[in-house]
Design a binder for this molecule. Sequence first.
Ligand SMILES: [Zn+2]
Length: 344
Amino acid sequence: MIEFYKYEEKSELLDPNCDFKKTSQTIEHRKDPLLGTWCRINTDRAKRPHSSSGMLVDVDKRIKQIVKKSDNCFFCAENVLKKTPKHSFSDERITRGKFILFPNLFPFAPYHGVGVLTDKHFLALDKLNYKLWADALTGSISWFKNVHTHDSTARFASFNFNYLMPAAASLVHPHVQPLVDKRADNGLDLVLKKSYEYFSVSKSNFWQDLLDNDSSRFIGKTGKNVYWHAVFSPTCADEVVGIVCGKSSFMELSDDDIFGIADGISKVLRGLYSKGVRSVNMMINSAPLDENLGEFFYLNIRIVSRSLMVENYTTDRGFMEVLHNESIISTIPEDVALGLRKYF
Ligand SMILES: [Zn+2]
């Protein structure tokens, strides 16, 4: 049975801001119900001073300046067919609507694609509509099938998105990175192992149990089959998971599932944008392309927000996240769900 385990601790100090009277802050520890990993939440940390702080209006101005300076980009319509590589097998490039997929010039997997989402050099998060995502997903899935037909040992497909510099995007032109790997990456490997372990012990599917028992963090449903929740024990701020009920891999998705994923992504991004988020990471985790693991694993989409891009901003990954593998969070998952619900 799924367990949402958490406990609280207090940290006391004599506070210089209150005449050195005794004050305390609450630290909540939450255990991930699948992985068993911990995070810590202290909402007071959102108030801490930063050497480099700035207003949202400055960030938007700064993004505009970067967009202006980065013209003549490889992904813009006038360059994309001249300056990006082609695949050496099957379709040289894949296009769906405005979406164009080609190989990454600097890959870290044998099959590492780049998919340009739009012919516009820059679109704000709230302008990445469901149509762009649906084209990107159908184009990427068609490429996954080409790759797997060409090389049956390439079985682990994922769909990934870095948006703006705090999320590790090197170019501002919105683009995704579909991958097909020969082994599961660390994150997927652990999720598949833990999902199977849960199934072996409790004789039920963790992902179905999550859908059936997580109403306080439920955000909404898109299409007939895709359910969106805030993550109980997040690894990053505003972490949201979309779960495609009953489907384990990209190969099993129907047109309605793809619409549901695309519609949900655009709604989450619109909601995050309206609360001031300007940079995100996203990924979709799938079972291997040649297996149906629906008995114990459902395909899922994860979206997180990243640091606000003020000048010389502080990263949100410090020693706890990078070296101790434990995240420090200042947003409450139930509040994240509440805030996003009105966009569904
Ligand atoms: Zn461009």
